[in-house]
Design a protein around this ligand. Sequence first.
Ligand SMILES: Cc1cc2nc3c(=O)[nH]c(=O)nc-3n(C[C@H](O)[C@H](O)[C@H](O)COP(=O)(O)O)c2cc1C
Length: 187
Amino acid sequence: MQAIDLLLRRRSAKTLTEPGPDEGALALLLESAARAPDHGRLRPWRFIVIQGPARARFGELMAAQLHRVRPASTPESLERERQKAFRAPLIIAVAAVCDPQAKVPPLEQLLAAGCAAGNILLAAQALGFNAVWKTGAAAYDETIKTALGLTPKDSIVAFLYVGTEPAGEGAPPPATQWRDRVLIWNG
Ligand SMILES: Cc1cc2nc3c(=O)[nH]c(=O)nc-3n(C[C@H](O)[C@H](O)[C@H](O)COP(=O)(O)O)c2cc1C
């Protein structure tokens, strides 16, 4: 597939199943991420790979977070939260660990991590997988950040759910509207 077709056709799958990327494919996803534009070559991104049985522990973290913010959550809603970790064979949490002392502003470091996450979405699709970008309250939760080896000051920019889109579910993406967001500036 031509790179331009990949870019024009990217879209999030509704469902993600096995197989997920094997070790080689995962390395390609992460290598693509690390090729993202990066002002000052600070490599502000961190990638936390969650797969296999670790997803159950991650699901527990998500359910515990929901219970913290909504103590009245029903057992059913907590279970739904737990099961979110099994939406895909692989989850890659992408975080930005920004250096406030660096010459490059933290916003640009954050953007570099966001670009790295975007590269993973595209690389996954290029390799025949699909990936879906989620955040939600869990991404901003200090307990979850700490459990993932980050500090509360760090930013989780994405939980990327990566897997295979079931055959037949791959409808073409809707037409994009972009013209109304463009200004040809002539001074
Ligand atoms: C920073 C960021 C966070 C997002 N968080 C969520 C989320 O928590 N839940 C969700 O349903 N979609 C989220 N999305 C949007 C989806 O990943 C997806 O892009 C959107 O539904 C449009 O679908 P498409 O990718 O097929 O165009 C997020 C996107 C970005 C860039």
